[in-house]
Each structure stands twice: as C-alpha cells, then as structure tokens.
Design a protein around this ligand. Structure first.
Ligand code: ADP
Ligand code: MG
Length: 682
C-alpha cells in the first residue's frame, strides 16, 4: 500500500497542490494514471506542408517562424492578438481573442509548429491555433507523430506532454510486470518501450506494437484477477455437498402446470451436479426474457431446502421481489417450505421479525432486494444464493450475499445477452449455462413501428384486445435519466389517456416516484386483472410477469435503446395468446427507423444485442464499471478480440502456477483497487 502514496502526482517535480488538483479533474491521481492517460489520437506531423500549399477549411500542420506581432482593442472587453508567421513560401496570420499572454510566450524569430483550421480570406488566417516551439528539445524528440490528449484550459497539451515525458525519463514507473515467458511467447514489447511509444511514437509501426502490448497487459491482468477469484472460490474450499434430488424437489416439479423444456432440463442438470459437488457452485444462467429461468431457480431452492439449508434470492426491484415471492409462495407453501420476503419497505417490526427468523432458521427461502445484503441479515445455514437480473448488480454485491453463508452455492441469472468477450470479462469468474429455446406454444410477438398519425388506430386496438379479455401496457417516453421527469410524463400521458383514448377502460399508473404501497396496490390490481391497461415508466422493465397481457405500446420509442426495448417487449408474449408490440415514434431519422425496424424483424435477444453493438459501437455498450470491475483504459473489448483471447490463454497459465501468480499480486492490487485488495494480498 505504501507504493500508492508515493505514487501520488503531488510529489512529481513541478506539480504542486494546485496543478495536482486540476489534474484530478481529468481523472489523474497517480503517476500510474498519468501514464495511462493515453492519447486520444495522434497527429502525423511528418507530412508538414508549406504555407503556399495550405488548403482552405482544412486542419493543417506546418512549420514556420515568428515574424511580427500586433495587438488591438477594437472595443471594450475584446482584445485581439495577431502574430504573423512565415516560411519561404508565404505568411499566415495567427489570431487569438483575449489571450494577451500569447505574445509573451513566443519570441519573435522562434521556430514553431502550427496546427489549426485554415481560413483563406484576403490573406491566410488561423484562429486559435495550437502552437509548439521547435527550439524546445521536447518537440523534436517527440518525433512528428504528436500525441493529442484529453486536456482542458488549465491543463494544456503541452503541460501534459512535458509531464508525461518527465515521468518516462525520471521516474522508474514502467518496470516490467509481465512474466518474461509471456512476453516472449506473445512477442510483446517490453513495458518501458511500450509506454514511451504509446505517448511519443517513433513511427506508426511501433505505435501499433505499443498499443498491442498495453491492451494485452490490461486484459491479462483483468483476466488473471477474475480467474484467481474463481479459483479461490472453489479450490481448497469445501462447500456444501447437496444430496441427489429427493421427494421435495419431485413434488415441486410435479406441481408445475407445464413440463420443462429440453434446455431447462439441461441447465437444471448442470446446476444439480454443481450443487451435489463439494466445490461451491459459481454458475451463470443466461436465457432470453421469458425463457423460464424462475422455475429453475425454484427447483434449485427446493433442492437446498430439502437438504436442510436455507436459500436466498436477490432481485433488483421491489416489484420483481414481490412477483417472485408470489410465484414461489404458490409453489412452496403447500409443501411446507417457509418462504419470506425482505425489502426496504417492510414495516420496521415485520422487517425485524423476518431478519430474526432468517437467523434462527425459521425461514427456508427468502426473496429480497438489496435489503438482503445489509449487515443485520444473518443466516443460520445458507446453502444457495441466487441473484436474478445479474446485470443490475456488481461483482461485489454478489459477493456480499455469498459471504452471508459458509461457501454456499451461487447461481446468477441474467436475461441480458452480451457478446462472448464481454461475458468472459464481466462473468469471467463463472461457469455458464444457457437456455436458448422458449417454452412451447409461444407465439412470436408481432412488432410494428408506427407514427403518431396512427395513434387513434393503435389505441382502438387496445380497446379491442381488452374487450376480448386481454390486458395491455403503455410505456412512457424516457425523457431523461431522471425519475422525476419520467414520472411527470407518465402522469401527463395517463391523465390524457383517461380523458381520450382510454376513457371507457379501467387503467392504472405506476412510476418510480410513487410510494411503494401505492405501487403495490396498482400492480396487484393489474395482476388480478382488475386493471386492464397499465401506464408505466420503465419500472416494469425487469421481470414483471402477467401472461394475460398481450399488448405493449411504447410511446416515443426512439428514446429507448434496443436492449431496453427488448426487455420491455419481454413483458408480453408470456401466455398462449398472440401478443403485439407497437413502437410509436415520429422520429424519421434513418438511424432511428433502422433501429426500430430491427425490433420488428427479430424476437431474438442475442441477435438484437449484436445489432445494437453494430449500430452503437462497442464503447457505448455495457460499461464494465457497472459490474464493479476496473475500467478498461485502452482495450476495446469488441475489436481487440484477438488480443483478448491470447491474454485469456496466458492468464489461465499464470493463475495455474502459484509462483507466477504471486509476482503479479502487487500489480493486481493497483489495477483492481482498494475493494479487491484483500483478495490479492498474499
Ligand atoms: P424469465 O426467464 O424471463 O425469468 P420466467 O421464468 O418469468 O422467464 O417465465 C416466463 C413465463 O413462462 C412464466 O409465466 C412461466 O410460468 C412460463 N414457463 C416457464 N417455463 C415453461 C415451460 N417449460 N413451459 C411453459 N411455460 C413455461
Ligand atoms: Mg426472470
């Protein structure tokens, strides 16, 4: 840990508290951060132009000499500094507004590199150019491929370049951390050369190699960390050895109103085998919305109860907790399995009672929200931990629930399909089971994209469905990432619909700003079919299961991402009736129309996720940080797949050899940060 302190940027020569503070605004706290403040792009100054060849409207680079300087104050509050520079072919006016210090920085006669957008009026002019002195040895050493960093007004490109150069030459911060054998096997650049060339590339070829090395290092460390956690979780740890399925599990499955699909049977077997092993289960169950993960959870919970243990299931929202609670109560209570719910909104006395009963073993199965990982919650003998909709929880939250027991089996469930590389990263510590097929008899949800000129028809359609006994959702525009605004727009839409389109229909409203009791009341009436049309914000996105609902209208559909639209659509098509999803949008942009039409084309979540990725680009896909893992600073999880696979392979070898792994511990502590540092200390 000592290293962290010395690493603070404050202690770098020439950086006082003031500059240090400004650097933190760029996310730079340590020398390591500074080295990893990678250039956003590079400018190739090897192709410097002569002034008479500059093109109007282009950003150009050229070398010139300071010739003349003039200042004027055409009016109050406006000061213009004009410097004339020239080469053997012509002159250019450099113009700055209200930056009088410019004049002092560049002495007349000095040679400079100028970058900026050329404007040819009656003379050649560049406003607010970027300028670098050539007499400065730095610039020459930098070669002509110049790094351009994320910078701001007080922390300039130049300051960053000088600082990074200083770190590279005067501080011993780039010592090798990768095992020599791996460097050799994958022909990687050494660390020092890589850092030097990612910042100040000698040429494009070395730059490429430098990047590959640093991407490799980043992914390798991440994978080593994850694989190590996985290994810790199982090797040498004696978990709970569940017995083979007995009559309780059998009774639960006999109670189901349907028989399991082949995929469900397959994953159930995988789970059962894991649970019957002495090593703790660490398994991810992924399956598209509606594929029937909940029954799998129920059967696994029954298995742990049958073996004399308690089971816990954590979900991200209260609505979902309540729904699972009701599903599981129906299955479990008749068989004497004691199931309870624990959320933040239980009355204090009830809450305390449930917590006490969990501790004394009077509860067999508990369903809850984050309330489950509060410190006060202790189990008597926790055997199985399930988290549903895993993407809503971080790696640490999952671990917290797991730590409530003594090496319980762990199952995480997700309906959010993600590409393989991503899965290996965020779930790198888990084994994976997948349900691909949907239960039989499901009709494909028909999806349409419509403009608001067809609104009346769309709502007439709702009325028709309701009259034949079905129910519907109307989802409101996501105005911005604020529950307050969303709630408002939901309320407005609701009021309007009551007066107009849905005047004769029993409607309900739910949004995130309602009190839990009110929300429950509405949800309850919707479950029971008293409410026919539910107007809602995205609070219903996850897990809500009302098989009788067959219509979903999404207002201003262009405001939702594909993954979210798919989740929302997953609320219908859960029963035997044909279901319809109608995306209302007046946004005629081709991108929008294309995106929405993909929804109309496919019901397959995995296909959608890939399309989404193609459209949005990898950067905007799920943040790794969302999963509680360190951010990737250089690697691109989608496009660096080749390096990723190499790094993963290397990491597997390293983690298998304790001597090699031990040498990595300090680097992992730095990379994973404080939360994980205990795990990686020796
Ligand atoms: P998800 O995977 O999205 O959590 P659920 O577990 O909520 O899906 O299941 C969706 C619906 O499908 C539920 O109403 C459930 O009862 C039903 N279901 C699950 N498995 C089957 C099956 N094998 N056959 C028929 N219906 C099923
Ligand atoms: Mg579910």
């Amino acid at each position: 840990m000592e290293n962290f302190k010395k690493d603070n940027i404050q202690y770098i020569k020439g950086v006082g508290p003031k500059k240090a503070n400004l650097l933190t605004k760029l996310g730079i706290f340590t020398i390591g951060d500074l080295l990893e403040h990678y250039p956003r792009r590079y400018e190739d100054r090897s192709q410097l132009k002569m002034i008479n060849n500059l093109t109007d409207g282009q950003v150009e680079n050229f070398k010139a000499r300071m010739m003349n300087c003039a200042e004027s104050k055409p009016r109050r509050g406006l000061q213009i500094t004009k410097i004339t520079v020239g080469d053997s072919t012509g002159t250019v006016q450099l113009v700055w507004f209200n930056q009088p210090h410019r004049k002092k920085i560049y002495g007349l006669g000095a040679e400079v590199l100028v970058t900026g957008k050329v404007k040819k009026i009656y003379q050649v002019e560049i406003q607010n150019p970027e300028i670098e002195m050539i007499t400065d040895m730095d610039t020459l050493e930098a070669g002509y491929i110049t790094p351009i960093y994320a910078a701001n007004e007080s922390i300039t490109q130049r300051f960053l370049r000088n600082l990074i150069r200083q770190i590279l030459t005067e501080y011993n911060a780039t010592a090798e951390i990768l095992p020599p054998i791996i460097i050799k096997q994958f022909s990687l650049l050494d660390r020092k050369t890589a850092f030097e060339n990612i910042h100040f590339p000698l040429n494009m070829d070395v730059l490429k190699q430098a990047r590959r090395r640093l991407v490799f290092e980043e992914l390798y460390l991440l994978q080593c960390g994850l694989l190590y956690i996985k290994k810790q979780n199982r090797s040498n740890t004696i978990g709970i050895k569940h017995g083979p399925d007995g009559c309780l599990v059998k009774k639960v499955s006999e109670q189901l109103p349907f028989s399991l699909t082949e995929d469900q049977q397959k994953v159930l077997l995988e789970i059962a085998l894991d649970m019957e092993d002495t090593k703790p289960m660490q398994r991810l169950l992924q399956g598209d919305v509606g594929s029937g993960k909940t029954v799998i959870a129920a059967l696994a919970l029954a298995k742990t109860v049958e073996n004399g243990y308690q089971g816990a299931m954590m979900v991200p929202t209260e609505i979902l907790a309540e729904q699972h609670y009701s599903t599981l109560s129906n299955l479990f209570l008749p068989l004497g399995i004691r199931v309870k719910i624990l959320t933040g909104k239980l009355p204090k006395r009830t809450h305390e009672q449930v917590v006490a009963d969990i501790k004394s073993g009077l509860v067999d199965v508990v369903i809850g929200t984050h309330a489950l990982i509060q410190e006060s919650v202790e189990f008597q003998y926790l055997g199985l931990v399930i988290t549903d909709e895993q993407h809503r929880f971080g790696v640490r939250q999952r671990a917290k629930l797991q730590e409530k027991g003594n090496m319980p089996d762990v199952l995480v469930m997700t309906a959010t399909p993600i590409p393989r590389t991503m899965a290996l990263t965020v779930y790198g510590d888990l084994d994976v089971s997948t349900i691909k097929q949907l239960p039989p008899g499901r009709k494909i949800i028909k999806t349409y994209v419509r403009g608001s000129d067809r609104r009346q028809l769309v709502y007439d359609f709702i009325e028709k469905e309701v009259n034949s006994g079905r129910q519907a959702y109307v989802v409101c525009p996501l105005v911005e990432e604020s529950e307050k605004v969303n709630a408002l727009s939901a309320v407005e839409l609701y009021d309007e619909l009551l007066k107009t389109e849905l005047v004769n229909i029993s409607c309900g409203l739910v949004h995130g700003r309602m009190k839990s009791v009110e929300k429950d009341l509405v949800m309850d009436r919707f479950y029971r079919g008293e409410i026919k049309v539910l107007v809602a914000t995205t609070v219903i996105e996850v897990g809500v299961n009302v098989p009788n609902a067959t219509v979903m209208i999404i207002e201003n559909a262009e405001r939702f991402g594909l993954a979210q639209l798919h989740q929302l659509r997953g609320r219908i098509g859960r029963g035997d009736h044909q279901s319809y999803c109608i995306l209302l949008s007046d946004n005629k942009k081709p991108e929008t129309q294309e995106r929405l039409s993909i929804m109309a084309k496919t019901n397959d979540g995995f296909a959608l996720a890939e399309e989404d990725l193609k459209i949005r680009g990898p950067g905007q896909f799920f943040g790794i940080r969302q999963h509680g893992l360190p951010d990737l600073k250089i690697a691109d999880i989608i496009n660096d797949i080749d390096v990723f696979l190499e790094a993963r392979q290397a990491a597997e070898k390293t983690v298998a050899r304790p001597e090699s792994f031990d040498m990595l511990r300090p680097a992992l502590q730095v990379r994973f940060g404080k939360e994980f540092s205990m795990i990686f200390s020796s």
